[in-house]
Write a protein that binds this ligand. Structure first.
Ligand SMILES: Cc1ncc(COP(=O)(O)O)c(C=O)c1O
Length: 489
């Protein structure tokens, strides 16, 4: 098999070209039962391969044919022993990764700034999270990776840890010294699981941070859909055999996955892998050059700062992905959210995310000089329009504290609870997740003791118009807490 081949996409085309008479789901039958306006918009091609796991098309739950071959080619491209396709995003791959190595009361080392899918998996597993403080950047108001030193310290303190989870690179493109973290964990026979949601491309270019598989990690949940050119929801779970069992991974994935897997999504993984393997280096090389040029030009705009390699000074901030344009707007006297709205309303630009102090713009293999010029031009106009109000005083950057865990997230999730006013919640144990989304990082998780500082942080985000999500009461007046006070140990 060669990386030029796309066995799953080819099997779908071959099947479609036979024009079989279908007496199976999906009931729209090659688009004929689809609402005409939608059908006309999306076209017949995609509807004709919207099929189901009949024998010629293999089955993601027990692959033996075209899907198996497509996964084998992906494993070769990503440097993994096994690759499993996910049609449930990296969230699904992350849950599989965690549930296949930890169970009830097992300890797992995790950075605090984890995506909610990691905490969900910890609740499902009944595992105990041992949080590691990520390195915090007080100037940008964001968290980075975890340091190798912190991992080592945690493993000395908790030698019975069953797995170490690392986010690499972070949403903002900052990578830790992953190789060192892997070596530290492996010296104790502990598997390393990597949330590589923002790093599918790093494996395909030498000047990007080291990928999870290249660093020797045991598993990596990697969003091909985010930066690798496949369709939304498609991700891969890359696995190295040894400390984890690929058979267990396959059965866990199957437990968590819909039985109606989308073939257009799976085919887009197969073809994105080909593109990355064959043309990835050149496409990413061009992307890096576009982004570096944009970074230089943004840094010439008064009051704006686009973060670069000057940030790298520890094993938590060891390397960076230059294709992420993290732009601090705080010296312009506006929040990241206000910048996002300005760009939407005045330049028809949609960015990846904003927070209190920054905006994040992604340059990808889908961009050209034209889009970069439009962004620079809009940022220049935004600055000229708003600079008369630019605040000279440096704002105080607040980061949420990591609250103390009083009971396991699973116990808290299933405990008897009550709803009380947020103003009376300090000192009580949270029964819900509260996070700012994006990037979906928890402020409180079930089981944590609610602190005044973190309630202030929630209010600050709400006041700045940022989306605080999670609580049942989305007005954030009320919080669900554990009823029994004696639950605090
Ligand atoms: C760090 C991180 N991990 C995991 C995910 C989940 O990825 P997906 O949206 O593919 O489920 C995200 C999504 O934004 C993320 O930012």
């Amino acid at each position: 098999m060669s990386q030029l081949e796309t066995p799953l996409f080819d099997a779908l085309l071959k099947h479609r070209n036979r024009h079989p008479i279908q007496f199976h789901i999906p009931g729209h039958k090659k688009g004929q039962g689809v609402d005409p306006a939608f059908r006309e918009f999306v076209g017949d091609n995609i509807l004709s391969i919207d099929l189901i796991n009949i024998a010629p098309l293999d089955d993601l739950h027990s692959p033996k044919g075209a899907i198996k071959k497509a996964q084998e080619l992906a494993a070769e491209a990503f440097g993994a022993d096994y690759t499993f396709f996910s049609v449930q995003g990296t969230s699904g791959a992350i849950m599989t990764m965690i549930l296949s190595v930890v169970g009830p009361n097992d300890k797992i080392l995790v950075p605090r700034n984890v995506h909610k899918s990691i905490m969900s998996a910890i609740v499902f597993a009944g595992a105990i999270p041992i949080f590691i403080h990520p390195e915090v950047d007080p100037d940008l108001g964001i968290s980075h990776g975890i340091s190798a030193e912190a991992v080592e310290k945690a493993l000395v303190e908790y030698p019975d840890t069953k797995a170490v989870l690392v986010i690499n690179p972070t949403y903002f493109g900052i990578a830790a010294d992953l190789k060192r973290i892997v070596d530290i964990a492996h010296s104790r026979n502990i598997p390393v699981l990597v949330d590589e949601a923002h790093g599918v491309h790093i494996h395909f270019h030498k000047s990007l941070p080291i990928s999870a598989m290249a660093a020797g990690a045991d598993m990596a949940a990697t969003s091909v859909h985010k930066l690798g050119g496949s369709m939304t929801q498609s991700s891969v779970l890359n696995v190295r055999e040894g400390l984890v069992s690929p058979k267990r991974v396959q059965s866990t994935l199957s437990m968590l996955t819909t039985t109606s897997t989308s073939y257009p999504i799976l085919a887009s993984l197969d073809t994105a892998r080909r593109q990355l393997a064959i043309n990835g280096y050149d496409l990413i090389d061009r992307t890096i050059r576009l982004a570096q040029d944009a970074r230089k030009r943004i840094n010439k705009i008064p009051h704006l700062h686009c973060v670069g390699k000057e940030l790298l000074n520890s094993s938590a901030t060891f390397d960076m992905d230059p294709t992420k344009l993290l732009i601090s707007v705080k010296n312009l006297g506006i929040t990241g959210h206000q910048a996002e709205e300005w760009l939407r309303e005045n330049a028809n630009i949609e960015i990846e995310l904003s927070d209190l102090y920054n905006i994040l713009c992604l340059i990808t293999i889908g961009d050209s000089r034209k889009e970069v010029n439009l962004l620079i031009n809009a940022l220049q106009r935004m600055t000229e329009t708003l600079e008369s109000d630019a605040v000279v005083i440096e704002p105080v950057v607040l980061m949420p504290d990591i609250p103390r865990l009083a009971m396991t997230p699973r116990d808290a999730f299933y405990a008897t609870t009550e709803v009380i006013s947020i103003n009376e919640a300090v000192g009580r144990i949270s029964a819900e997740f509260i996070m700012v989304y994006p990037p979906g990082i928890p402020i409180f998780i079930p089981g944590e003791i609610i602190t005044q500082e973190n309630i202030n942080y929630i209010h600050m985000n709400v006041a700045a118009g940022l989306p605080v999500q999670g609580p049942e009461d989305d007005t954030l007046q009320m919080l669900r807490v554990i009823k029994e006070q004696q639950a605090i140990r």
